[in-house]
Write a protein that binds this ligand. Structure first.
Ligand SMILES: [Zn+2]
Length: 398
């Protein structure tokens, strides 16, 4: 897996120039290789910054001076080290600065141009009709169509489509669903799910593919998942492989394979839970997350704790900062009964929400939260061996 580093392909990947097979191999490699991923993050950031650079034009009056400086032969490297900069040196610096400006302006232009002109016209995703008569805007689509940035795609009760998300994955759109393409850049792909249901399979590095719903944003961390939104705007995320982050305002839920998370308008993401937890546990958790009545929530916490299994520390860990101080003691004691905190993590620290201690405890528990082989994640109960993606780091910036 680590045999061939891919740093030389980063630029090509960021500009969408790799074949889909090569792009897939690239993405899979950097999910598991810290060295290449670090380099990739740097370059991705550089591209984002370049996009925000203003395009400046050097004033006309500067050109004659630059030309005369360039024509002068007496600028030698030895002059550069003189303590008091000569006029020639200052001119040389000015030339260098202008050349840099010109290069970066050209770079921005080139970058924008390459991004926008891959294919012809504005960036768009290929849509394949699976059944029925789906629409893009008001137009029915035939076997294939193109979804451009800003356009809505809508399916009725008998139509379904598959969307290719650039070279990084596929999204299946179910019946009675409305989605809009918000952005597609090598550094960020974003879809809006207004209602209905979609399933995503993404083989990109973490946090490149986002789905906005009315009550939370789903950020892909290298995974497969389904996401649905009902007519009220409330949603539900279920993860079948890898991890997904569900986020709104200050609240973030990290949902692993085999787990789900509800989200509601006004509250945002609830607490993640494993799909194989008991119905009593899930019902109580839903009340705890979304019921406004304090008495009802207190009762719901008791039932959540009573019905928790060892693996449900996924849920309990997320609850620690979300409950009041009195209830936090109850959550802590339940967690401790399943898995005492590791060395260096104290009861007092956890109760005052010391972030470092919460992270340490989470890392110790994480092995029991992942099941089966997921992309970039340990097989079975392997602790942290080979765990090169930390889904809890780098929170989403919307
Ligand atoms: Zn590598």
């Amino acid at each position: 897996m680590f045999s061939k580093h891919v740093t030389k392909d980063i630029s090509a990947y960021c500009h969408g120039e790799l074949s889909s097979e090569a792009a897939k191999q690239f993405a899979e490699h950097i999910i598991s290789c810290v060295r290449c991923r670090t380099k990739f993050e740097e370059i991705k950031l550089g591209i984002k910054l370049a996009e925000q650079l203003p395009q400046l034009t050097a004033p006309d009056s500067l050109w004659p001076e630059i030309e005369s400086a360039l024509g002068r032969a007496d600028v030698t490297p030895s002059r550069v080290v003189s303590v008091k900069p000569s006029r020639a040196w200052r001119v040389q610096m000015a030339v260098a600065a202008v050349v840099l400006l010109v290069i970066s302006a050209a770079g921005v232009w080139l970058y924008n141009n390459r991004t926008l002109s891959s294919g012809s016209g504005p960036p768009a995703w290929q849509v394949t009709r699976l059944s029925g008569t789906p629409k893009i805007g008001s137009e029915n689509i035939g076997h294939r169509g193109l979804l451009s940035v800003g356009e809505w795609l809508e399916t009725d009760g008998s139509s379904r489509v598959q969307i290719a998300v650039g070279t990084i994955g596929n999204v299946d759109i179910d019946e009675n669903t409305r989605v809009r393409l918000l952005e597609t850049q090598p550094t960020e792909h974003r879809l809006e799910l207004a209602r209905g249901k979609m399933s995503a399979r993404i083989w990109a590095p973490p946090r490149l593919f986002f789905v906005d719903t009315p009550s939370a944003v789903a950020a892909d961390l290298g995974c497969e998942y389904t996401l649905s939104v009902d007519d009220k705007g409330d949603g539900r995320l279920s993860v079948t492989s890898g991890w997904v982050a569900l986020q709104a305002k200050e609240r973030e839920s990290i949902v692993p394979q085999g787990a789900s998370c509800e989200t509601q308008l006004g509250t945002g993401p609830g607490t993640p839970y494993f799909d194989d937890s008991t119905p009593e546990f899930q019902n109580a958790l839903k009340k705890l997350d979304f019921d406004k009545d304090p008495a009802s929530r207190s009762e719901a916490l008791a039932s959540t704790l009573n019905n928790a299994r060892a693996r449900d520390t996924l849920t309990l860990w997320h609850l620690l900062p979300r409950v009041n101080e009195g209830d936090r003691v109850r959550v802590y004691e339940k967690m401790e009964s399943f898995a005492p905190p590791p060395a260096g993590v104290t009861r007092e620290g956890v109760l005052r929400l010391d972030q470092q201690m919460l992270d340490q405890w989470r890392v110790a528990l994480q092995g029991s939260w992942s099941i089966g082989p997921g992309k970039g994640f340990p097989k079975g109960g392997d602790k942290l061996k080979g765990w090169s993606v930390d889904p809890f780091k780098d929170p989403i910036k919307k």
